[in-house]
Design a protein around this ligand. Sequence first.
Ligand code: GUN
Ligand code: FE
Length: 464
Amino acid sequence: MTVRTTTGADAHRGFLGTALHTPVRGRVELLRDVLIAVDGGGTITGIHPEASAEGRDLAQRLALAGRLTTLESGRYLLPGLLDLHVHAPQWPQLGTALDLPLEEWLQRYTFPLEAKCADPAYAETIYESLVAALLANGTTTAMYYGSIHLPATQRLADICLRRGQRALIGRTAMDQPGACPPYYRDASAAIGAAETKAFLDYVGELPGNGGRLIRPVITPRFIPACSDELLRLLGALARETGCHVQTHCSESDWEHAHVIERCGRSDTLALESVGLLGRHTILAHGNFIGGGDIERLVATGAGIAHCPLSNVYFSDAIFPLRQALSRGLHVGLGTDIAGGASPSILENARHAVIASRRLEAGVDPALPRAQRGRVDSRIDALTAFWLATAGGAIALDLPVGVFATGRQFDALALAPDAPGSNLRLGIDEAPEALLERIVYGAARANVADVWVGGRHVHSIQQRN
Ligand code: GUN
Ligand code: FE
């Protein structure tokens, strides 16, 4: 009998270049000229200085095996970006229909648009375009809402798996007759829960998903759209399966007040009472959460998807991000497509900084300076980048977001000199300044290549 041993080099890939990341909130680390070794499962097995004996030897062996990727000079490896809040069926609406408050926007524009996903062929076309666009923007992990339709949401899972994007996906559940139109709601709570379970089972058995690149998410749209019974059934499913949960929370005055009136408590506490709050829960927005809510969120380990761009249109308030972070809340960033009009998490990172500055300074010139804002509210660009990468990964409880042994190699190659670039990077600039410039100036045009779990999933040369 022949026993075939696999040498390290056979199973590995290697990435040679200079990497920039934020392993600690507010701090940047530059890994200059390193070899990042990645095993066949996409996990980083070591980071070696290129000039070390080990680095040189491994790079040579990988190069001989044709398994070494060398970054072009001047480019930087960054951790892939995480988008914690995307509505896939709203992609055709990007950049339009932002003239109405949330409750009217849903009825007038959004429910009719999402209802079109009853046709899986239509859904497939828009989902292909969305996933390609997010990858091109450097988003290696996305947490998606589908529509209420099981077949369309199954197609989204298929597409993410085939294209290689790490994705957490939920079939949206909503059954409350007063809040959801007859043409776009679950016929009963039992049906909403059963279809949710069917989607969990579908992803659990998806061929080729052994590495759990795709994970299912229990997705009650938000409390106003769900009956008490549906919330209870989904809470039971969450406890039983340990799956991720996503919903909207304390987003606008209307939504926050509606839940307090109906449930006698805030979204956070109402969700906890039915078992929907846990380590794998992501709440979108949370603009109006109070002290008691933050305490429960921290205690359960749930996270917030901060969506600074969408909040401009629907929340009429700014999420107190710095306060949330200093109390130990898990926070990542979300585009909230199409409540937010940009598919770029870098754009949302910029807006997170800007929103925090607005909150600190205040905006009404009729008020005296001292009364205008809220002290100690600003975050800096490095914190914004951390939210877009490591912070989002912590919130989702996924081993991505930084370059370290044991993490998945989810990364993008940033090309400062790409055609159409607005970036101006100095050669010997301090890492802090480099990253600050990237946060303020980088865009899709600078995302040259994207990898997820070591697999090359996007190149700037691709048309989609
Ligand atoms: N609340 C309930 N549904 C939605 C939605 O689709 N977008 C946003 N921003 N908030 C919501
Ligand atoms: Fe949303």
